[in-house]
Design a binder for this molecule. Structure first.
Ligand code: NAD
Length: 476
């Protein structure tokens, strides 16, 4: 195929394994949308062998040639944007509108273009009478990309766009919950990419484990839970693979007493509820000072009540279902734990029984004990605990008290004060007066058990190359 598919039916036909495949259902309706191919360990071996072969030629192309290919890939994604967004909405559950499916497909094209534009020059380290030493980044080889189900297309591109730009090839293992979205994205990319640069092996956890221990794979880009990240460290040890690990988080937001609650309510809401809360760097516990606690709670409730939740393909909705039953049960268990502990539910917390989809209502929980499971565990869904604090020192200590450190935020009308507090928070990114905004030019990554390695920007390109020093005396 040489042109991008322009209809949903055409796109689905490229990836649907039909009745032979594993059933994939729309989490909003329960309707079967297609069959995911059941790839095997032999398929993985064959894909890795083809990727190694393709990498020989691709690794020798210039940065300019690779950038041109990435720009063509961005054009192909834009040409297929509507069918890609529809499939993503049906499979993942996220609505077309709001910061959801159309937004995600737009981000895919944006990241491809941004990676095409970055420059990673050879650096001259020493150049004196006796010595000339340079540092440059060579391709690593074959990159295994393992992703989650929350932002399946965007995260795949975060992993593979810099990989391709640096002269690597990629074998992608999508989440077993959202394989069709990733297969469809790859099919669209492959309308313009040279053969075997990007291949997808669709399977369960075992395929991910086989990829991370595969001797033909040189680096793993992994985004997913901390528990799986730990397993990948173990299974990659035998071959000393390079790793970038973007793992779970439990981001704190600290509101200072000088804010106008009405003005920050929208930013707080989307910081927490983007993608219906199923976002790694979303606001997952909000610390609010006693002096303005009730005003912030009221402003959040007022805003949240205006945000419709429902089936993703209905244009008015901006919040959708949880992607899968297991995640629904985690959110339900944590909200029940908060209720059992005497926390005050401001809205939500009462999902309808016997519904077709995994809808959990937008839930705001106040006056919750700081050690409640809804605060200290990652809920990854539409339920935000709002914790009352006395002094800023207490809030900083609480923010830093967990063993994860992906993102955090500080909300204040005094940006100097916010900056000083931000520097004391143990997180890879601290946003001021916002939460979770990512930008292809600004590096992103976690600390503590949220992982290691940076993505995005020139730092992200370096993570997809291996540094090489060429050093020697000058010829006399
Ligand atoms: P998960 O860890 O269950 O699965 C992620 C991927 O790993 C899937 O493709 C899965 O098949 C694969 N996998 C499972 N076991 C494996 C193994 N032993 N070896 C190799 N691969 C294996 O995560 P999930 O439930 O899909 O995603 C939700 C989690 O991801 C949350 O904790 C969230 O915070 C995190 N996340 C982090 C970021 C980030 O940038 N830091 C972004 C999105 C999601």
């Amino acid at each position: 195929m040489t042109t991008s598919p322009t209809t949903y039916a055409e796109l689905l036909s490229l990836v649907d394994a039909g009745q032979q495949g594993r059933d994939i259902h729309d989490p909003a309706t329960g309707e079967r949308i297609g069959g995911a191919p059941r790839h095997t360990a032999d398929d993985l071996d064959a894909a890795v062998a083809r990727a190694r072969e393709a990498q020989r030629g691709w690794g020798r192309t210039s940065h300019r040639e690779r950038s041109e290919v990435l720009l063509r890939a961005a054009d192909a994604v834009e040409a297929a944007a509507e069918p890609l967004a529809e499939l993503l909405s049906r499979e993942q559950g996220k609505p077309l509108n709001g910061p959801n499916a159309r937004f995600e497909v737009g981000a895919v094209a944006m990241w491809l273009r941004a990676n095409a534009g970055f420059e990673l020059e050879t650096t001259t380290l020493v150049d004196d009478d006796a010595t000339h030493a340079t540092l440059q980044y060579r391709p690593i080889g074959v990159v295994g990309a393992i992703g989650p189900w929350n932002w399946p297309m965007m995260i795949t591109i975060w992993q593979i766009a810099p990989a391709l730009r640096m002269g690597n090839t990629a074998v992608v293992k999508p989440s077993e919950y959202t394989p069709l979205s990733v297969l469809a994205l790859a099919a669209v990319l492959n309308t313009v990419l040279p053969e075997d640069l990007v291949q997808v092996v669709s399977g369960e956890r075992e395929i991910g484990a086989a990829l991370s221990e595969h001797p033909g794979v040189d680096k793993i880009m992994f985004t997913g839970s901390t528990a799986t990240g730990r397993k990948i460290i173990e299974s990659s040890a035998g071959t000393i693979k390079r790793l970038t690990l973007e793992l779970g988080g439990n981001d704190a937001g600290i509101v200072l007493d000088d804010v106008n609650p009405q003005e920050i309510a929208e930013g707080l809401f989307w910081g927490a509820f983007i993608n219906t809360g199923q976002t790694c760097a979303a606001l997952k516990r909000l610390y609010v000072p006693d002096a303005i606690y009730d005003q912030v709670c009221d402003a959040l409730v007022e805003f949240a009540q205006t945000m419709p939740m429902g089936v993703g393909l209905e244009e008015e909705n901006v919040l959708g279902p949880l992607q899968n039953r297991a995640q629904y049960e985690i959110v339900d268990r944590l909200v029940e734990a908060a209720k059992a502990d005497g926390a005050r539910v401001l809205m939500g917390g009462d999902p309808e029984a016997d519904q077709a989809g995994f809808f959990y209502p937008t839930t705001l929980v106040a006056d919750i004990d700081p050690s409640n499971p809804l605060v200290v565990e990652e809920q990854f869904g539409p339920a935000l605990p709002i914790i009352r604090y006395g002094t800023v020192e207490e809030a900083i200590e609480a923010a830093n008290s967990l063993d994860v450190g992906l993102g955090a935020s500080v909300w204040s009308s005094d940006t100097t004060r916010a900056h000083e507090i931000a520097e004391r928070i143990e997180a890879g990114t601290v946003w001021i007066n916002g939460h979770g905004g990512v930008d292809p030019r600004i590096p992103f990554g976690g600390i503590k058990q949220s992982g290691y390695g940076l993505e995005f920007g020139v730092e992200g390109l370096k993570a997809l190359g291996v540094p090489q020093i060429i050093s020697g005396g000058k010829a006399s």
